[in-house]
Ligand binder design. Sequence first.
Ligand SMILES: Nc1ncnc2c1ncn2[C@@H]1O[C@H](COP(=O)(O)OP(=O)(O)OP(=O)(O)O)[C@@H](O)[C@H]1O
Length: 485
Amino acid sequence: MLYPESTKDMLDNKIGVRDGYSAEIILNTIFENSSEGLLVISEKGVIQQVNRALADSLKTSPDNLIGHRLVDVCRHNGLRRLLKILKTGEPEIGKISSVEGRSFIADYLPIIIKQRVRGALAKLTFLSSEQGLPGNGEVTRKKPSFKHKGFNVIYTVDSIIGNSPQMMDLKETLLKVSPRNSNILITGESGTGKELFAQAVHAASLRRSGPFIKINCAAIPDTLLESEFFGYEDGAFTGGKKGGQVGKLELANGGTVFLDEIGDLSFALQAKLLRFIQEKEIQKLGGGEVKVSDVRVVVATNVNLHHMVKYKKFREDLFYRLNVVNLAIPPLRERKEDIKDLVSHFIAKYNKLFGLTVTGVSPQVENIFYKYSWPGNIRELENTIERAFNVLEGNTIRKEHLPYHLINLLNDEPANQDKQEYEQFNEFSIKLSHGRTLADVMSQAEKLVILQTLMESKGNKAKAAQVLGISRPGLYKKLLKYNLT
Ligand SMILES: Nc1ncnc2c1ncn2[C@@H]1O[C@H](COP(=O)(O)OP(=O)(O)OP(=O)(O)O)[C@@H](O)[C@H]1O
């Protein structure tokens, strides 16, 4: 039974009972059919009620749980928090956890009757892996629907690998702030996953069925960025498209705009962006009507905006408008416990892509990965694994599959006379098998050289573009082509 008699009477009075539809019947129907997992324990820690959604997630049936002590039938640490709630009487809201591979956000609430804690209730909102949305709790996972072609997210909070305390805290904050509409500033070194977080914010927000539109403020020359933001009318400038163009801030109406590398925005455009954030109004270049666009602004940067404000390179008023919530992603070297999970994740990814069955890394490689400081962060780790897949034989990543600067960490580098030869082999060993054409091989070589340069420039794209002798937007084009953004 879910409700004590006195509570039943009270609920009946509140909800109103007509034709035998008592509040208990109504609430039990909601309880049983809810897609959220619900579980109630008594003050003695005995399970009183549990619905099918929650029992399913534990791969059992309600009958196997009801009447048993929570500690006896549930090994799951998250749910065991309920016992703490019995002691403290304090609710715990928005805790992220997972059970049997399914992530959920949980609220743990005390049931207080006459100022005494008489039980506790767990409410679990399951996240489906691809969608990451507070969802319908279905066990089968659906692909997101492509309503806004090209403007959907592929990542959700579930795509963020890493269970270090810093990452768990960040994911918890992300899920708390996402449903609200505040602007978000995501900071972190290059390759720490800022875009991943931006997409996950959108996926966990109430705007998730709206578009997610990214603008990289560093990849587009300043002269074009304004029209990218606001659009332009037909004939607004020579070389413009016939019929004009809709700006991204208008396209993002009802959704989220993600402004990457916001530190690169010119002072003039900063003022225009500030005006848009305040007024939500858009007018295309070349005139036209003023339209309102309801857009949530999420921005990211790997530069210190505080410093830029101090040295008058970034508007202070815009900084405070953007920095309503700050998600500061720590570099990989400060959360090395995440490396193992990330390595497994990327090996699984590239096994699929390359059609291989790599099982893991050798103990020496594991050691190198822990020693290394990963200046290019997760992107560098992923690139290192991808690179190894290009050169490996067998099904284990060994030290000879790593770039030279990583092998160096073992202090057992090849003898000097071999070094040059080794580097040549290591840098340009590209498989010619599987019917690859010259164009494939050339692309592969270009990609490897870009990867290598990015690693050497510690993820600094401006520096990498300079070393490669190409423009920054040119490098971005190639990064897009090779899926390296
Ligand atoms: N926690 C993570 N779990 C899984 N993949 C991750 C994680 N963090 C980053 N990645 C992957 O690493 C790559 C780089 O991430 P992302 O582009 O989001 O970084 P970034 O901080 O936006 O980089 P930049 O500042 O250079 O634009 C992507 O392929 C992303 O999917």
